[in-house]
Write a protein that binds this ligand. Structure first.
Ligand SMILES: Cc1ncc(COP(=O)(O)O)c(C=O)c1O
Length: 425
């Protein structure tokens, strides 16, 4: 019996479903990880995988990036939690504000879910309005405000509204189609009690769905016209699409932004920031409450400072190299699927891509849902055999990291070729 199988049997006795986040499960059991380095993961049976899951986008610089690890190591000698302010927190917030001009003030938190929960509460406190609007298929974390028609594991597991969530909460979350500015405009025209519109500027939790040409600009305009705050959830896109995230990439200023994942490059940290007048609503000066024991802990903050500094220092290389690698992968995979006569779509932007087994363009939740998930599952299994790890769901995205070499990208393309032959049958 493999070590992963044995560990999974042990895990199931003490961990619900044997895993600590739903998308990590797949049939018949997931591989258990022993270690990671650079572009790769090694499982408990000694097999190596090229990692294109990349911490669901967090590991922009790859596993164990030298500068990030050495910052954390030097911080370890000075303590890991003070629960009193540090210069490090000021420095990181200044760095974030410098990269994201819309984030005049920043609070550091631990997870993306915490960041979006705070962003929404802030928007309600600031506008004194009750409702929020989200887009079908966007995932903003595992809390009740946003767990309505969400993407990621919720879509993968067919959960539209989570059991245990209160209807009184979910009925205040209105949902419209991604890439449909007309539907948003009509809703906001009708509905005057909307505090904020929250959006993933690039939808990375329903597979990958980039915004149409004018979509984000239209969303900005419509929210401004209707007095709604615009929350860009950049937990995935922050630092990944550009040093200034998707808002830098597309030149759009939201009112509030959430960051996570690549901010810490593998360390637990997230942030919420925005207009000073909005952020100043936070307690103790303001009346909107947010708090956390581990917020701004010096270990994560020192790692994040190092991540941001490294991404800023190498930005002239990192972003073009990743974009080129991603375009190469997406094109090669698409060409192979076309040559094999497999109906498919490949969506890609920046360092993110996904393949959908469908003949129709994927532009929103419904068109993503129309893709053949059985084929995706077959491809995922075959990729694993070939030593390539992508997220085990159609409703996730493949991410490149700066640690992937050209040779490894070539190997991954070959693995996709083998996997597509399995899909073809
Ligand atoms: C866009 C987006 N927002 C928020 C979250 C929640 O972040 P976390 O899992 O750190 O709570 C995620 C997680 O995948 C995400 O993709």
């Amino acid at each position: 019996m493999s070590n992963s199988k044995r560990l999974f049997q042990r895990a199931r006795k003490v961990i619900p479903s044997g895993i600590n986040s739903p998308v990590r499960y797949y049939d018949p059991y997931p591989f258990f990880v022993k270690k990671a380095d650079g572009s790769s993961l090694w499982d408990e049976d000694g097999k190596r995988y090229l990692d294109f899951c990349n911490g669901y986008g967090a590991l922009m610089l790859g596993h164990r990036r030298r500068e990030v690890i050495s910052s954390a190591q030097s911080q370890l000698k000075k303590g890991t939690l003070y629960c009193a302010p540090t210069e490090l927190e000021v420095e990181l917030s200044e760095l974030i504000s410098g990269n994201y001009p819309s984030m005049r003030k920043v609070r550091l938190v631990n997870t993306g879910s915490e960041a979006t929960m705070t962003a929404i509460r802030l928007a309600r406190g600031f506008t004194k309005r009750k409702k929020i609007v989200k887009f079908e298929g966007c995932y903003h974390g595992a809390h009740d405000y946003v767990l309505v028609k969400a993407g990621s594991g919720a879509a993968h597991n067919g959960i539209s509204v989570s059991e245990g969530g209160l209807e009184e909460v979910s009925q205040n979350t209105l949902v419209v189609q991604y890439n449909n500015a007309g539907e948003l405009a009509a809703l906001l025209e009708r509905e005057k009690d909307v505090a904020a519109v929250i959006i993933e500027p690039v939808l990375a939790n329903m597979g990958l769905v980039p915004p149409g040409k004018e979509f984000l600009r239209d969303v900005r305009k419509i929210t401004q016209e209707n007095g709604n705050l615009l929350i860009f959830d950049e937990v995935v896109t922050g630092f990944r699409m550009s040093p200034g995230g998707a808002q830098g990439y597309f030149s759009i200023m939201p009112d509030i932004t959430t960051l996570g994942k690549a901010l810490g490059n593998g360390f637990v940290i997230a942030a919420v920031g925005g207009r000073a007048d909005v952020m100043d609503m936070l307690s103790p000066e303001g009346k909107v409450y947010q708090a956390s024991t581990y917020a701004g802990n010096p270990l994560s903050v020192s790692a994040a400072i190092s991540s941001v500094r490294t991404m800023n220092r190498l930005k002239g290389k990192i972003y073009p190299v990743l974009e080129r690698g991603c375009r190469k992968m997406a094109k090669a995979i698409g060409d192979m699927a076309t040559d094999m006569g497999i109906p498919h779509q490949i969506n890609s932007i920046s360092s993110m891509f996904q393949i959908f087994f469908t003949g129709e363009p994927v532009v929103d939740y419904s068109t993503a849902k129309a893709a053949d998930q059985a084929k995706f599952k077959a491809m995922f299994g075959a990729l694993l055999k070939e030593g390539v790890f992508v997220a085990p769901s159609q409703f996730e995205t493949a991410f490149l990291s700066y640690a992937h070499t050209d040779v490894e990208i070539g190997r991954a393309i070959d693995a996709y070729g083998m996997a597509l032959r399995v899909v073809k049958g």
